[in-house]
Write a protein that binds this ligand. Structure first.
Ligand code: ZN
Length: 463
């Protein structure tokens, strides 16, 4: 049976975009300017498209191929952890690999087939090869009656079973009768894979960026986070100097972060700022979920950036649900790690369905998430404490030419930013403190501080 015939047979096929061809591979198409959010957004979308059809799961070759592709864009170290390894209260599970999964009718026509979408099989399904009636098959079929054209995403990592996911419309069209069922999978001792990129900085203390990379064809919940992590890493790679050491993790959700933490407790202690990246490409507004601490520097940095970004946004308090921040913020670690998103998990109907596809994420929104995240990086890199060299009354700015250092164009708030930095720089307040108190964008405060440093009016006080 040709694949084009089978495509025509399935109602769901129209919802599944064709995979990228090798010539569209993102590795050859990343823009030369890694800071241009428009072209970077397009490259992020191409990467999501390239990764979309891979058979990713919690473990297995689909995950390896995903980090292999990412590894063509940024330097990665891949770590394998054996099945059965104890990681805190958890055990590394068996490795799952899938070759074929289909249901065929009495005429031999495949009515459900993994070839069209990796969502069609319940993740971690055990092998099956059986002929059975539709009635016997039904308990193994998962649909979304409220969204009859969508295919759900289902997993069964910790309970051995098998099943298929399909649209309600496809199910409704299946006549009673006998069906051949095939799941050619392996669930056996192997490894759990994760990958990380370490970018050394002046300070061995770290900034952690983490994204779950274990979902199959789900664009916003998974691929957007991977694409955002790649984009930021590529931008950081271009810097001749980084203040912080950056560690970027591509891990299977929950068990991946638990495994990484179990193997890297020393590195975890070095993390000064951290973000989980997820759901970063949809058309919704930017959302930030605070760390467990609630007022960590990362919480304040993200809120500062969102406040001055000129677009609607939402700040959520920490809750012990969601993504891998649950593990990073468990009380034994209590790392300053928040979650950077657009529309959060579970807050959009397309979540965990085939409708979270490549049309659900846009290059523009991916690019916007990238630009705002780079603003956050600028705050983390640029937040320092200064002391005034001229603390007795205001220094004269005009005679030092400081009112004119903006290149002849008037920048709103620039003079106020200088006055605030001069007034607050007593060696106990950081530029982020000052930006918050002055209600001015951090970038403006940073620029004023740079000019005051150049004029010798302030000195570093936190070195
Ligand atoms: Zn998910």
């Amino acid at each position: 049976m040709s694949s084009s015939m089978r495509l025509a047979d399935l109602a769901v096929a129209a919802a599944i975009p064709a995979p990228a061809t090798p010539s569209e591979a993102a590795s050859t198409a990343w823009p030369s300017d890694p800071m241009n959010s428009l072209t970077v957004g397009e490259a992020m979308h191409r990467l999501a498209r390239e990764l979309y059809p891979l058979r990713r799961s919690l473990t297995g070759d689909g995950f390896r191929e995903t980090v292999g592709r990412v590894g063509q864009l940024i330097p990665l170290t891949v770590t394998e952890t054996r099945t059965g390894t104890q990681v805190f209260d958890w055990t590394v599970p068996q490795e799952w690999n899938i070759r074929e999964a289909w249901v065929a009718n009495a005429q031999g026509k495949r009515v459900i087939d993994l070839e069209y979408s990796t969502l069609h099989v319940v993740q971690y399904s055990v092998p099956v090869r059986q002929r059975m009636s539709l009635a016997a098959l039904r308990p193994h079929l998962h649909t979304l009656p409220d969204h009859p054209d969508w295919v759900p995403y289902r997993t069964s990592y910790y309970h051995e079973t098998w099943g298929f996911c399909l649209s309600q419309r496809t199910l409704d069209a299946l006549p009673d009768g006998e069906y051949d069922v095939c799941i050619d999978s392996t669930l056996a001792p192997g490894n759990l894979t994760y990958a990380e990129c370490e970018l050394p900085g002046d300070d061995p203390q770290e900034v952690l960026l983490s994204c779950h990379s274990c979902h199959p064809a789900l664009a916003n919940d998974n691929l957007s986070g991977i694409a955002l992590a790649v984009a930021v890493t590529r931008a950081l790679l271009q810097r001749t100097r980084r203040r912080w050491t950056y560690r970027v993790l591509f891990i299977p959700g929950t068990i991946g972060s638990i495994t990484w933490l179990a193997r890297n407790t020393a590195a975890a202690r070095r993390v000064q700022h951290g973000l989980v990246l997820a759901c970063a490409g949809d058309r919704g507004k930017l959302t930030y979920k605070r760390s467990r601490r609630g007022n960590a520097a990362i919480d304040r940095a993200v809120e500062q950036v969102f406040r001055h970004a000129g677009a609607p946004y939402e700040i959520l308090d920490f809750s012990p649900y969601g993504y891998d921040e649950r593990q990073y913020c468990s009380p034994g670690f209590d790392m300053p790690v928040g979650c950077f998103m657009r529309t959060p998990n579970g807050r959009y109907p397309e979540y965990h369905t085939s409708a979270d596809n490549l049309e659900f994420i846009t290059p523009a929104h991916l690019g916007d998430s990238f630009a705002r995240l780079m603003d956050v990086v600028q705050v983390l890199e640029g937040d320092r404490m200064y002391a005034s060299n001229n603390p007795y009354c205001e220094p004269q700015l005009g005679t030092r030419g400081l009112y004119r250092t903006t290149g002849g164009t008037h920048v709103p708030g620039y003079e106020m930013a200088m006055l605030w930095v001069l007034n607050q720089s007593d060696g106990s307040r950081s530029l982020l403190d000052i930006a918050e108190r002055a209600a001015l964008p951090f970038a403006l405060i940073r620029r004023a501080a740079d000019d005051l440093l150049a004029a010798g009016l302030i000195r570093e006080a936190d070195a």
